[in-house]
Design a protein around this ligand. Structure first.
Ligand code: MBD
Ligand code: FE
Length: 277
């Protein structure tokens, strides 16, 4: 549909989707008899979300999963899920043995997360880059909940797979994550009578030359919120179990004094076809 305001179609896609967005919202306003009180409440919510830098959180909680579904429908290999609002590019490139940046008194239990990266044809991918980020054991993300200056790139890092496509990284078991309920996104969830929890998860971007980058999450199986993620981002194929290690011989092997956990995941990346000239 062509709007009466349009002079030239500099970007036909923009005209098409924006005109439809506005038409959809106008139909929504009529359908629900949205009047000024609710219109002003919507403006106040968006204004507060902007002021508090929460627009990415608000959008990702309610809409990103659908964008993910549409973008990656029919994609082979490991299933994708949302990136979320807390990725920070440029995390440190780690050296062997891989340990994510952490504080001297990092709370919680040590986790060794290991796995492989392969191509859809089964070939192991050496020197694939695995970019990991997660909350700490108290549900806090560095650079967002923990000030950057206090703990730069805490629990964020990049590592590479070895010649057989394997990796192992030491981190800390993430906890269930509650979206801050004091902010506008959390307040909206509370007003809706919905909880604000996500099950414990590790975020990953896995990349390799000639392959499509995989953005996904790995979820911990026994989490109480595994079936009711507020973001709706859990897929069964992305859930892993934790194994607890407390035998003295296991602890000696890792040079640790407290029980630790292991989990693993085997990632599969689709090849990108070279574009025909
Ligand atoms: C998160 O930690 C997250 O991963 C997503 C997708 C949304 C909100 C908080
Ligand atoms: Fe997250």
């Amino acid at each position: 549909m062509k709007s009466a305001h349009e002079t030239k179609a500099a970007n036909p896609r923009l005209n098409e989707v924006f005109d439809d967005l506005v038409a959809t919202l106008k139909a929504f306003i009529r359908k629900h008899h949205i009047q000024y009180d609710e219109y002003h409440r919507a403006l106040a919510l968006l204004t507060e979300a902007g002021d508090k830098q929460e627009i990415p959180l608000l959008m990702d909680v309610f809409l990103e999963m659908t964008v993910n579904d549409v973008t990656y429908a029919d994609r082979p290999g490991t299933e994708t899920t949302v990136e979320g609002p807390f990725y920070v590019a440029g995390a440190p490139m780690l050296k062997q043995p891989f340990v994510l940046p952490h504080r001297a008194n990092e709370p919680g239990d040590v986790l060794f997360f290991s796995g492989t990266v392969r191509s859809t044809d089964g070939a192991p991918l050496a020197r694939a880059v695995v970019d990991v980020w997660q909350s700490d054991a108290e549900g806090q993300y560095s650079h967002f909940n923990i000030p950057e200056a206090k703990a730069p790139f805490n629990l964020r890092g990049r590592l590479t797979t070895d010649q057989s496509g394997r990796f192992e990284v030491q981190t800390w078991v993430p906890s269930s994550y509650q979206i801050p309920i004091a902010g506008p996104t959390g307040a909206l969830l509370t007003a809706l009578g919905r909880h604000a929890w996500r099950p414990a998860h590790l975020h990953l971007k896995v990349s390799h030359d000639g392959h499509a980058t995989l953005t996904t999450q790995v979820f911990l199986q026994d989490d109480p919120w595994i079936d009711s993620d507020v973001v709706g981002a859990v897929k069964g194929s992305l859930v892993v179990g934790l194994t607890k290690h407390e035998d003295p011989s296991d602890l000696r092997k890792r040079d640790l004094k407290r029980p630790y956990y292991t989990a693993s995941y085997d990632f599969v990346l689709p090849r990108v076809m070279a574009k025909a000239a």
